[in-house]
Design a protein around this ligand. Sequence first.
Ligand code: C2G
Length: 445
Amino acid sequence: MIKVITYGTFDLFHEGHYNLLKRAKDLGDYLIVGVTTESYDQTRGKLNVVDSLMTRIENIRKTGFADEIIIEESIGQKIQDIKKYQVDIFTVGSDWVGQFDYLKDYCKVIYLDRTKNISSTMLREQNMQIQRIGVIGTGRIAQRFMPEVRQVSGVNAQAVYNPHRESAARFAERWGLDCYDKLDDFYAAVDAVYIASPHETHYDYIKSALQHDKHVLCEKPMVLKEAEADELFRMAKERKKILFEGIKTAYCPGFNQLMGIACSGMIGNIRNIEACFTKLERTDGRELTDLKYGGSFVELGSYCMLPIMKIFGENYTDVRFDMIKAENGLDLFTKAFFTYPNGMATATCGLGVKAEGKLLISGTKGYIVAEPPWWKTTYFEVHHENPGEVEKYSDRFIEEGLRYEVSDFLSMINGSSKSKFKLTRSESVAFASVMEKFLKENQRG
Ligand code: C2G
């Protein structure tokens, strides 16, 4: 008996998938089909899969070609499956030519011609209206955003706005966008905006974008006053628009896995969280010279508060700040101490002092530790009383990681609520409220 194996996501099952499975079956006597899990697809950068795993399996089953359906969960699994099921032929569509030649040591590898003019990506795009996204601001973060947004299907980066026409034109030229220096014209050309302008301009841009009925993804810190955050979220709700604070960590798969484990009870009741993020900045850069909105806490505090608020919630009983300041009064190193009824937490941020940069979550049955850069979570460990008992978890964080938030922003626009819990409105409001307290204490409020 000749055994054949093939793998795929098989999202929005179409003729191309059908043809592939039919021909795969014809190659032998017994066909095994491996269907990718959602988390495996996420790790390999496929972020917008529409159908659930059950639906995708059911669609394959209905063709009648598969003698056995298995789940594909990780990158190294193919070799194991080939050995385990004593597979004779591995096959996949011609879009993968060459990429699975390493399996030739284990079985025959056949690339079948791909069916032309049909793909899941095409169908996904037909199913949803393509969102034209416009970028406000042309600085470093906006530059990082561009290659990321291109990885997400269903959005098209369309336009850029900067009141300084020259900067807008340069950015537009580099990334192939339309450039605008008048806001009304810019809004008319897009469905959603990504705001990456200086912090102090966020509030006005968000407000005007919402007034023009645009969805908004705004870089962190979204705003620095609780009342402003409240007002903007209320306005977004009234206008049925999505307003998202872009803290990339909140949307990345590894961090979500970490939060899931922390909240699962695996390390018991959580009592202490230490989140630390430091990066040494040039003393003449914006971060250490902008007397109103610079400094380490405004720059990095959102990342460190994220695990704290997600685990302990927004109702801390007290928050206190200790800091080391530069001559110009900006904080080079800040520790924010949060007190909760049953726990405590510190958010440590530095732009002029280097620290170990860990995330440490301590509970009554063990602790979780993630080394820097935990804010781009790829790896963490769960430790218990017995030092030999350590569980290790890893996930992928691709390049700058902004693709995850763009993908979630898009699914929220398209009516899916699967990303709602990743960063809630009330968490964003709580961040703004802590920032406001911090700035007030520094006479910067
Ligand atoms: N396919 C095809 N013709 C199309 C579209 C897809 O022949 N027009 C084939 C693909 O080449 C693949 C299978 O259908 O063999 C499933 O395609 P996808 O769902 O896109 O899955 P893919 O990402 O190719 O997964 O481990 C996963 C595998 O490596 C392949």
